[in-house]
Design a protein around this ligand. Structure first.
Ligand SMILES: [Fe+2]
Ligand SMILES: [Fe+2]
Length: 173
């Protein structure tokens, strides 16, 4: 594995762990507003991001490289004043992650790393899903409004989400 690839994969461990911490912070913010269903949704999101980091962790190990666990910046919740702000920020963050994954795919092709090119495809598809989910919840919030009984009902809907423990490239599909 080239240094360029090793570095970008370790950098993506940092991105995914930051995502996990960001969503955990959002879960805390939502819970402090008594939005326990939305908080549940974000807790699950945080666990999924941790598993995304583990995907890169094990991919490095499987390719004979020791992953580097990085320092993670504190999550930035500035400007988040209501539920719709949370999901708008989540969408923006996922768009950033999509760009990161795209760079990994481009580098895999450039360096002719076929194993990475194959591995990263799961993440490319996942990002479509991640953006769609954040967009859907944001859309619903702007449709029904960000307060009162409609917010309460959407909160109840998001309480139903359950965690599927899946590590990309490791857990058998
Ligand atoms: Fe992720
Ligand atoms: Fe994500």
């Amino acid at each position: 594995m080239t240094d360029k690839i090793k570095n970008i994969l370790n950098e993506q461990i940092r991105e995914e762990m930051y995502s996990s911490n960001l969503y955990l912070a959002m879960a805390g913010r939502l819970e402090s507003w008594n939005l326990k269903g939305m908080s549940n949704w974000m807790h699950i999101q945080a666990k999924e991001e941790h598993n995304h980091a583990l995907g890169f962790f094990y991919f490095l190990l499987d390719r004979d490289e020791e992953p580097v666990i990085p320092a993670i910046a504190a999550p930035d919740l500035s400007g988040i004043k209501k539920a719709s702000d949370v999901f708008a920020a989540a969408l923006k963050h996922e768009q950033h992650i999509t760009a990161c994954i795209g760079k990994i795919y481009e580098l895999a092709k450039e360096e002719k790393d076929h194993a990475l090119e194959s591995f990263i495809k799961w993440y490319i598809d996942e990002q479509v899903e991640e953006e769609a989910n954040a967009k859907e919840i944001s859309g619903k919030l702007s449709l029904v409004g960000d307060a009162g009984s409609s917010l309460y009902l959407l909160d109840q809907e998001l309480a139903a989400r359950t965690f599927v423990d899946f590590i990309p490239g490791k857990t058998a599909a």
